[in-house]
Design a protein around this ligand. Structure first.
Ligand SMILES: C[S@@+](CC[C@H](N)C(=O)[O-])C[C@H]1O[C@@H](n2cnc3c(N)ncnc32)[C@H](O)[C@@H]1O
Length: 351
């Protein structure tokens, strides 16, 4: 939670430059790390039923009471907990956002990014110096069932939020059409399309661990007859042919542009002439996007993509050129009402 700053203090950090803004980042980094520790140790869940004295909180979380008091006090300072003579309680914001059962819980996002920052960003300078990033993000994720579940839950929730708008923005495929959802993991978008178009059939291609995360959702939606899971590597697996619509949602940003070009050519070969490809991407260089959390996130996310996967956020112009070179035409960009960071890019497979 952003460290509480008085308005005059904030002016000194961000307007008059009388104080180093990096001090705020330092505090926010400590706040982030403390919150991740609170989450990993189960502090917020232990306080879900109500306030507890530190001795009881330590017993419930399997921690040392002396040490835990220091973490709890830090979490009070950052606004995650409140403290009183009777013990500690979750703040209103923590109760709303950080409990696992909360309807829009942010806990999977905090847990996932906690793992990324503490385990994958330790050698950020090295990929800056060498220009050669590590490219083992997904193999790392596939080996970590809890982090993988948090990652797919985070994306499934975003899909539940964005899918209604996206399904309406993409022109309808033919009634008994075929959809290819490349890197479709949690299957949320395929499920949304199959619900909207009752005769549509979908194939969700992904790595085995990610598909396992999507399988219960497909079953729960009663769509096992119409949605097929295809385990495989999207760079090498046979993508088939004559699909009416291919989804590449949050995929191309994981690759350098040469590999994006090669992937788009494979996708073009898998889509029938006149069929469509749809990309969902956090686009770089969006003039309409004001400075703020969405713009800051896309910039930092792009750095993360390079460091962990060798990719980055692309601009619409870059994607348009790559799509055209791959054999697509009529490339269009669509702003989404539901997200300032994500954009839809559509293109038609040339005849
Ligand atoms: C950022 S997620 C996007 C998931 C989904 N398309 C969405 O937008 O919510 C990227 C997906 O690509 C999958 N993926 C990554 N590398 C892959 C590969 N080499 N072959 C197949 N799938 C891969 C991941 O497992 C993950 O489900």
């Amino acid at each position: 939670m952003p460290v509480p700053v008085q308005p005059e203090e904030l002016r000194q950090f961000t307007v008059t430059d009388q104080a180093p803004a990096a001090h705020l980042d330092l505090l926010n980094a400590l706040g982030f790390r403390s919150a991740v520790a609170g989450l990993r140790l189960g502090v917020f869940e232990a306080l879900a039923a109500g306030p507890l004295p530190v001795a009881d909180l330590a017993r419930r979380t399997g921690t040392d009471a002396y040490a835990l008091r220091l973490l709890a006090d830090a979490l009070v300072g950052f606004g995650y907990l409140t403290g009183s003579a009777t013990g500690y309680a979750n703040s209103a914001n923590t109760t709303r956002w950080l409990l696992r059962d909360a309807p829009e819980s942010f806990a999977p996002v905090l847990a996932f990014w906690g793992a990324v920052v503490t385990e994958r960003w330790t050698d950020l300078e090295e990929s800056m110096r060498s220009g050669l990033p590590r490219r083992d993000f997904y193999p790392w994720l596939e080996q970590r069932p809890e982090t993988l579940a948090d990652f797919q839950t985070m994306l499934r929730r975003l899909a539940a939020w964005l899918a209604p708008e996206i399904v309406e923005l993409i022109p309808a495929p033919p009634p008994a059409g075929r959809l290819l959802d490349i890197g479709g993991g949690h299957a949320g978008y395929s499920i949304a399309f199959c619900r909207r178009y009752p005769k549509l059939r979908a194939t969700v291609l992904d790595l085995p661990g990610a598909l396992a995360q999507g399988a219960p959702a497909i079953t729960a939606a009663g769509l096992t007859e119409r949605i097929t899971a295809l385990p495989g590597d999207l760079s090498t697996v046979d993508l088939g042919a004559d699909h009416d619509l291919a989804l590449l949602f949050n995929i191309v940003h994981g690759y350098p542009d040469t590999e994006v070009g090669a992937l788009l050519k494979r996708v073009a070969a898998a889509v029938r002439p006149g069929g469509r490809v749809a990309l969902l991407e956090p686009l770089a260089e969006v003039p309409q996007r004001p400075a703020g959390t969405a713009d800051s996130f896309v910039r930092a996310f792009s750095l993360n993509l390079f460091h962990t996967q060798g990719g980055r956020a692309y601009s619409f112009t870059e994607l348009s050129e790559l799509l055209t070179a791959a054999g697509f035409t009529q490339v269009t960009q669509h702003l989404l009402r539901g997200s300032e960071a994500d954009h839809l890019v559509l293109a038609v497979r040339a005849d």
